[in-house]
Design a protein around this ligand. Structure first.
Ligand SMILES: [Zn+2]
Ligand SMILES: [Zn+2]
Length: 212
């Protein structure tokens, strides 16, 4: 068998966020989420479907990057989770509660288990992927998704798909030092598992082949 070498010079998931293929929420065909400034992703992102004219903008930062603790805005289409956190108004105990989405209310009743005091408290809704394969700006379903032996293989675009392919194909993987957060280090173990390798590669091949 021919040895294939893969050298990761430090590729991060963010580098693939320039163009993300998603399922259009209006017509179900392929739409594109564009981020003009990866890997920082601070400028306005757009979601455009050339088939039906769906067109939205957002200034939302990357999901889970730590600086989107406040409200979700209207552009987020994915799942949300509500966080309520405060001290009991009577005994001072710290209370925390999670409310599952979708957004139904802005307040919830919080009951202190210590003293039984009840108070109405505002919910801080935050975007979440809920374990689903979504784009990190609008929460739209990714286009390149395929189930592989009970796991979900997903990619933002063809370059990302190709990156995963080269990594999975490789028999030798090398990394530069200090590459903890790089993508090749972050790929789930099942993907690099020898037994799964042919199934992963087959799934990638299917995804690479246009269905139309
Ligand atoms: Zn559409
Ligand atoms: Zn209390």
């Amino acid at each position: 068998m021919q040895h294939k070498r893969f050298i990761d010079n430090g590729t991060y998931l963010r580098q693939f966020m320039g163009n993300i293929f998603v399922v259009c929420p209006k017509c179900g065909r392929q739409a594109t989420v564009t981020c003009p400034d990866p890997p920082r992703c601070l400028r306005t992102k757009t979601a455009v479907c050339t088939h039906c004219g769906f067109n939205e903008k957002t200034n939302h930062p990357i999901l889970n990057c730590g600086n989107n603790k406040k409200s979700t805005g209207f552009s987020w289409k994915g799942p949300v989770i509500g966080i309520v956190s405060r001290r009991c108004g009577y005994c001072g105990r710290h209370l925390q509660k999670q409310v599952r989405g979708p957004i139904r209310a802005n307040t919830t009743l919080l009951k202190c288990p210590g003293c039984g005091y009840e108070m109405s408290e505002s919910i801080n809704w935050r975007p979440t992927t809920d374990g689903k394969a979504l784009d990190p700006f609008f929460g739209l379903k990714l286009w390149f998704v395929r189930s592989v032996r009970g796991n979900e293989l997903w990619a933002y675009n063809r370059e990302h798909l190709n990156f995963i392919k080269r990594l999975v194909e490789a028999t030798h993987r090398e990394q530069r030092p200090h590459s903890n957060g790089t993508l090749s280090n972050r790929l789930p173990k099942w993907m690099l598992n020898k037994k799964n390798r042919p199934h992963v590669l087959k799934a990638i091949q299917k995804l690479e082949t246009p269905s139309e």
